[in-house]
Design a binder for this molecule. Structure first.
Ligand code: FNR
Length: 381
């Protein structure tokens, strides 16, 4: 009887926590984890560990909401796997005794070149929801950009930050312009300093089969005729700087620069909108080839599959100012603020360590220095 009970406990644990997530095997031992319970945070040493811990802890439906992506998830998987197509190298005979990863984003100084990207429904992971993310970002001095589809109100999230903490806010291109105006005004009144305007959900949401098995999804009020005229009209609805997010072609990066935006955010929405989209690296390589002048005109942010310092340094070397983290902080939030803080400190330590070992301790020395990165066809100089 006793052994039957033990067996009954062990089988679902193995079945639920499959490791088929395209994650690198770094020796994480999940054999003592109990499904439905958060494993000890002490055993987690990298961002991928937090994904497995969230998968073990959350209900299958809530985990699927965070993890899901469009159609066959080939774009999602490319974000995760394509880093291996590049090489990252550095230099010997340099002084790396003074580490600096402080980063200016739209004129505000933050303690790291990575930020917490907008992601909906943090409340699925923790009762503290987005407030945990705001508090952890504030404590670490990094940027957090809450989603307009958050569990908590934008005012509640603003209030959860530290005194003087700079946050930006994400907005969607709602077809209801009254809603748009109301939210933009509230963001300004709540003290957010810039708007990340997500422009890749035109008319409908992406079809995400992994989550569709629990809930149908579909249109959530996004405008289907968001032309350049609509974009220009929206710019007159707020005095805050606007950064178009979800740009996925070199053409549109150049267009945003020419339209006078202060920054542009290259993203395929973590593979959640259109499948088979290029990764941020691929878009950046196109920008280098077609419109290299853009790097001097405008700040560029990017995200998608960023789980490691090596990914951050790759994007920075290709000319990006700052890098967004989507799913990882949502997974870490299973442990509340403590989890998000631990994720930030893991990435910070990975970053300073990797930089020192690459012979460049100043983050500004990476930005736009393509000699640190080798695409397959290009040798290191
Ligand atoms: C998102 N993302 C997103 N983007 C946005 O502009 N507004 C939003 O409300 C959301 N919501 C959202 C929910 C969830 C659960 C995820 C995972 C993502 C996209 C997000 O900002 C970011 O572009 C990607 O998540 C980056 O990819 P990684 O880091 O998740 O691989």
């Amino acid at each position: 009887m006793r052994s039957t009970t033990l067996l009954a406990m062990a089988v679902p644990a193995l079945a639920a926590l499959d490791l088929l997530e395209n994650l690198p095997d770094t020796g994480l031992d999940t054999s003592s984890w109990i499904v439905g319970q958060a494993p000890s945070i002490n055993g987690l040493v990298d961002a991928n560990d937090f994904q497995m811990a969230a998968k073990n802890t959350l209900s299958p439906q809530n985990y699927a909401y965070y993890r899901t992506a469009a159609l066959d998830e080939i774009g999602y998987n490319a974000n995760i796997l394509d880093w291996a197509k590049l090489k990252l190298n550095g230099y010997s005979f340099t002084d790396v005794s003074n580490s600096n990863i402080k980063t200016s984003i739209l004129g505000y100084t933050f303690n790291a070149p990575f930020f917490i990207a907008p992601a909906a429904q943090a409340g699925l992971a923790s009762g503290g929801a987005e407030s945990n993310l705001a508090a952890a970002a504030g404590q670490a001095g990094i940027l957090y950009v809450p989603s307009i589809s958050s569990t908590q109100s934008l005012e509640t999230i603003a209030a959860a930050g530290s005194p003087g903490q700079v946050m930006f806010h994400q907005e969607y291109i709602w077809s209801d312009t009254n809603r748009l105006q109301d939210e933009l005004t509230r963001m300004e009144n709540a003290g957010y300093k810039a708007i990340f305007l997500t422009v890749d959900n035109t008319g409908v949401n992406g079809i995400r089969n992994r989550y569709q098995r629990y809930s149908p999804g579909g249109d959530a009020g996004h405008s289907a005729d968001f032309t350049i005229e609509a974009l220009n009209k929206l710019r007159s609805m707020t005095s805050l700087p606007i950064v178009p997010k979800g740009v996925k072609t070199a053409h549109d990066v150049k267009l945003c620069a020419d339209l006078g935006f202060p920054a542009v955010y290259i993203s395929n929405h973590g593979g959640r909108v259109v499948d088979l989209t290029p990764t941020a690296v691929e878009v950046l390589l196109d920008v280098h080839r077609l419109y290299p002048e853009v790097f001097g005109q405008i700040e560029i942010y990017a995200d998608g599959g960023v789980r490691r310092a090596s990914h951050i340094l790759t994007l920075l070397s290709l000319g990006v100012t700052a890098v967004g983290l989507g799913r990882s902080p949502m997974y870490a939030n299973v442990y509340g603020q403590q989890g998000v803080s631990k994720l930030i400190s893991i990435l910070t330590q990975e970053l300073t360590t990797t930089m020192a070992l690459m012979g460049q301790a100043d983050i500004n020395g990476f930005r736009g220095n393509v000699s640190y990165v080798s695409p397959p066809s290009k040798p290191h100089r």
